[in-house]
Design a protein around this ligand. Sequence first.
Ligand code: ACO
Length: 335
Amino acid sequence: MPQIYSQILGTGSALPERATTNNQLADELALRGIETSDEWIRTRTGIEKRYLAERALTTTQLALRASQSALWDAGVSPEEIDLIIVATTTPDMVFPSTACQLQKQLGCKKGGAFDLQAVCAGFIYALTNADALIRTGVYKKALVVGADVMSRIVDWDDRSTCVLFGDGAGAVVLGASDEPGILSASLSADGTLDENVLGCTGYISGGEVFGEPFVRMDGQQVFRMAVSSMAESAQAVLEAAHLGVNDINLYVPHQANLRIMQKVAQKIGIDDSKMVVTVNRHGNTSAASVPLALDNAARHARMKKGDVVLMQAVGAGMAWGSVLVKWTREQDSAE
Ligand code: ACO
């Protein structure tokens, strides 16, 4: 039996309509008695604006738009999809899953559909799972989505977290191939770095909300952990693929904080010019951050056929991981 691999066939993304700049956000927060500034947010995080979902916009709708665009980009019809994985921490309901709602909206019925929850690392976890399932030979074409509406679970009275997040979705179509696209993947977690580091502990029981339904974070611990875990994870995927850091042509890190991204790139030994940066425009979109950045890079023709792309993310759990991909598509023309 020839070895089966998976390749990225297309990418897509979606954002809410309205961008909110730091100055606009500072004005809105001032009305609640919360003080912040464009200067504080920009210098600490690199974020200049973010897209916030209007009340009626759902995670599923964002996932649908990103998926439709990825399918179009790949030249694949919804009927060909036999696996859907949606990474999300902000599903529209407890169940049915966002993946099943997405399947209904896309009008496809073949194969399986499920949600995966690994917070900001969700897309990397989902992509690794989809790759593994395709390699079994059972699935031929997967839709892998990261979609989050974090604005619904941030506490707008907590300035240390609410300025960091944005909403959005990104998707890739993954297809079986006899040549590798995905070269290696590494997933890690350390459950001892629990909700005291980063968490949203709210849950429903008996029709009531218990715990705290808002994001809480020890920012400095997250910062330190993000830097050390990403550097180690990059090493793991490079070793597994028998490649060196100089083989990386494009670096797509989790877009949480520009200072984290630059420190990690420096630690791994990747030049800043190879790094995709969208955190300035999108903020931290959690599971959507990596596929949104990847799609942005594709739209701007940042990768050509044969390029090696490193994607990585870290988030609550804490959970983190990396995927190393050989880009197998012809170069997209820049928008
Ligand atoms: N505007 C103005 N001042 C603020 C704000 C704000 N939005 N938020 C906090 N401050 C104040 C604090 O109250 C504090 O004031 P004090 O000194 O008078 O007490 C001061 O700024 C410094 O606060 P610190 O928390 O020490 O600031 P720090 O330099 O650590 O930066 C930050 C905070 C940006 C959150 C940083 O720790 C960080 O980026 N951590 C990583 C967290 C992250 O990216 N999380 C995303 C989710 S997890 C993930 O995706 C990996």
